[in-house]
Design a binder for this molecule. Structure first.
Ligand SMILES: [Zn+2]
Ligand SMILES: [Zn+2]
Length: 124
């Protein structure tokens, strides 16, 4: 069997995912299995890495934006609606307090959720 990418090179094994022959250069050990570079690239890109700092900053500018960045669309939209409501409540002053609470919640939630997605605790 030859390597699928290098037809002049003898394969050292076959990819556990797609079954194609792979040479020493093309194989990547994943756990106790061999995979070709293509399959590692595909499965590697599906794993989401979120930036907790960016999520927090987004929610700082607009409550809910960090949640949407984290993939929590519904939660993000609710927080955005609450933040808009807070803006109107500013006219009767209570908006300062509720706005602050919403922001603090949105920022810390965005930060923590991003960390939990990265650690694999949350799958979206
Ligand atoms: Zn493969
Ligand atoms: Zn090869």
């Amino acid at each position: 069997m030859q390597c699928f990418a290098h037809t002049d090179v003898e394969a050292i094994g076959s990819c556990s995912n797609c079954g194609r022959g792979i040479c020493n250069n093309c194989s990547i050990e994943v756990g106790d299995r061999l995979k070709c570079r293509n399959c590692v690239k595909i499965s590697g890109s599906s794993q989401q890495i979120k930036n907790p700092g960016l999520a927090a900053v987004l929610s700082f500018f607009f409550a809910g934006l960090g949640q949407i960045y984290n993939g929590q669309m519904a939660k993000g939209l609710i927080l955005m609606a609450v933040d808009i409501l807070n803006f109107f409540l500013l006219f009767i002053l209570i908006g300062f307090i509720t706005g602050l609470i919403t922001k603090i919640y949105a920022i810390s939630d965005a930060y923590n959720t991003a960390n939990r997605i990265n650690s694999g605790e949350i799958k979206d």
